[in-house]
Design a protein. Structure first.
Length: 172
C-alpha cells in the first residue's frame, strides 16, 4: 500500500537522529552546513536552538531531536544543519534543521513507501509523509511543509527577525 501523495520516484536526503534514519525530499533542501555556533534567542521554544547568519540572512535553527521529543543534539564532528525551504503564509521561508549526521541522497520508488503508522489519536504525526523501505531498514520520510505547525513557524520567523544585534556578528 503506497502513499497517495507520492506518485513518482523522488530523491531523498537521509539523515540520522538518535539512531533512526529520516529522509526529506531534496526539493526542500537548499544546502547542508557544518555546525559551528548558533546565537540563542531568549523566549523561544526549547527546540529552537537560535539563529545563524547565512550569507547576510538570519536563519532560525531548530534541534530536530528536541522537536521530536528526543534528547538534545550533542555536537560531534558529524553534526550539521540542513537548510530547508518551506512555504509559510504564501512565502518561501528558510529554516535550519540541526541533525546528528547526514547520510546520502538516493531515489525511492513510491511503491516502497507505506503510509505512516497510526499510533493513537493524541500523538501528532502529520509531519510523517510515510515509511520508506530500503534494504533491511525503514526510513521515516518527513513532510518538510508540516514539520512545524503554523504557530511554531510564526514563533521561529518572528524570533529570527527580532534577533539581537550581537547574534549576527557571532556567526560571521
Amino acid at each position: 500500500m503506497s502513499v497517495p501523495a507520492i506518485t513518482e520516484t523522488r530523491q531523498y536526503l537521509t539523515f540520522h537522529l538518535g539512531g533512526e534514519i529520516f529522509g526529506m525530499d531534496v526539493c526542500h533542501i537548499r544546502e547542508i552546513l557544518e555546525f559551528t555556533s548558533v546565537a540563542r534567542v531568549p523566549g523561544t521554544p526549547d527546540f529552537m536552538k537560535g539563529v545563524i547568519n547565512l550569507r547576510g540572512s538570519v536563519v532560525p535553527v531548530l534541534d530536530m531531536r528536541l522537536k521530536f521529543g528526543l534528547m538534545e543534539t550533542e555536537k560531534t564532528v558529524d553534526t550539521c544543519i540542513i537548510v530547508v525551504e518551506v512555504s509559510f503564509e504564501g512565502e518561501k521561508t528558510i529554516i535550519g534543521a540541526l541533525v546528528d549526521s547526514v547520510e546520502e541522497v538516493f531515489e525511492l520508488d513510491p511503491d516502497l513507501i507505506e503510509p505512516a503508522p497510526r499510533v493513537g489519536s493524541h500523538l501528532r504525526t502529520e509531519f510523517i509523509k510515510g515509511m520508506g523501505k530500503r534494504e533491511d531498514s525503514f526510513i521515516i520520510i518527513l513532510d518538510a511543509e508540516k514539520m512545524l505547525s503554523s504557530e511554531e513557524l510564526l514563533v521561529m520567523t518572528v524570533s529570527a527577525s527580532d534577533e539581537p544585534h550581537g547574534a549576527r556578528a557571532a556567526n560571521e
